[in-house]
Design a protein around this ligand. Structure first.
Ligand code: V07
Length: 263
C-alpha cells in the first residue's frame, strides 16, 4: 500500500489515503494544461510557465515510475500549437533540447525509456536531434516508458492510419472486411506500446474538461480525471490523488467477480 495525506480545502481536515499497489493504472496520459495561466497569475511571461512546466514533467515522471506506472504519455505540443505567437513556438521547440541536456542522466538512473509520438519530421532540426538522442540514450532502459506526444493530433493520426489502410487495399494486400479494431490499432502511433497502447487513466490539469484532439481512438475506455491545478503546480501528491480517484471508480473485486462494465 502507498499512503498519502489529503487536506480538505474547506474543513482543513487531513485524511490518510491508501493506494492499492495492485491497481496502479498501467498507462497514464496527461494533458498538461495551464502553464500560461500559471505564469500570468504571477505577472510572468507565458514562457516562464512552460519552463516551470518542464520541471514538473521531471518530478511527475519520477513519481509515476516509483508508483509502478508502465507508460506515461504527456501531451507536450499539439498540431494546433503552431498557431501560437512565433516567439512562444520557438521557445517550446527549445524545451526538448533543454530537457535532454538536464534530465537524461536522471532518466537513465531511474531506468526510464523515452519515446515520442507525433509528426516529428516537421520539427526544427535541433529539436529532432534532441528527440533522437534522448530515445537512443535511453534505449536500453527497461522501466517506465515516458512517451511524449510532440506535434501530435488525434484526428491527423487517424487520417494517416486510414490512408495507409486504403493504400494496402489498393495494393491488394488487404480486403475491406479485414479492416477491424486491430488493423486500425496497428497503424496508430501507439502501435509499438502493444497491450499498453490505451491509457487506463487520462488526466487534464487546469480545469478545462475536454480532449482537445488527444488520443481520440485510444481513450475509448479510459477513466478521465480533471484537476483544477495548473500544470506547474501538479506534483507527486496530485498524481496520487488522481490515481486514488481512478481506483475508486475502477475496483478490482479481488480478481473474483468480473468487472461490472464491459470493455
Ligand atoms: C514542453 C513543458 C511541459 C508543459 C507543457 C508545454 C511545455 C518536455 C518536452 C519534451 C518533448 C519531447 C522530448 C523531450 C522533452 C517538451 C515541448 C514542450 C514542446 F523528447 N516538456 N516539454 N516539449 N513543455
Amino acid at each position: 500500500m502507498f499512503s498519502f495525506s489529503k487536506k480538505d480545502q474547506v474543513t482543513g481536515e487531513v485524511a490518510e489515503r491508501q493506494l492499492d499497489e495492485q491497481n496502479i493504472p498501467a498507462h497514464i496520459a496527461i494533458i498538461m494544461d495551464g502553464n500560461g495561466r500559471w505564469a500570468q497569475q504571477r505577472h510572468l511571461p507565458r514562457i516562464a510557465g512552460h519552463k516551470q512546466g518542464m520541471n514538473t514533467v521531471k518530478t511527475v515522471a519520477k513519481a509515476a515510475s516509483h508508483l509502478g506506472v508502465k507508460v506515461l504519455t504527456l501531451y507536450a505540443f499539439s498540431t494546433e500549437n503552431w498557431k501560437r505567437p512565433t516567439a512562444e513556438v520557438n521557445y517550446l521547440m527549445k524545451l526538448p533540447v533543454d530537457f535532454f541536456g538536464t534530465f537524461v542522466p536522471d532518466l537513465i538512473k531511474n531506468n526510464i525509456r523515452v519515446k515520442v509520438m507525433g509528426y516529428t519530421d516537421q520539427l526544427p532540426a535541433a529539436t529532432q536531434k534532441a528527440v533522437r538522442d534522448a530515445i537512443a540514450d535511453t534505449a536500453d532502459c527497461t522501466g517506465m516508458v515516458l512517451n511524449f506526444a510532440l506535434n501530435y493530433g488525434g484526428r491527423a493520426e487517424i487520417v494517416t492510419a486510414v490512408q495507409k489502410l486504403a493504400q494496402q487495399v489498393q495494393a491488394g494486400t488487404l480486403t475491406p472486411d479485414e479492416i477491424d479494431d486491430a488493423a486500425i490499432d496497428q497503424q496508430l502511433m501507439t502501435q509499438d506500446l502493444g497491450e499498453l497502447r490505451d491509457p487506463d487513466l487520462l488526466i487534464r490539469t487546469s480545469g478545462e474538461e475536454r480532449l482537445s484532439n488527444f488520443m481520440l481512438w485510444q481513450v475509448a475506455y479510459s477513466e478521465f480525471v480533471f484537476t483544477q491545478q495548473h500544470w506547474p503546480d501538479f506534483d507527486q501528491t496530485a498524481l496520487e490523488e488522481a490515481i486514488y480517484e481512478y481506483q475508486q471508480r475502477h475496483r478490482r473485486y479481488g480478481g473474483l467477480a468480473p468487472e461490472p462494465t464491459t470493455k
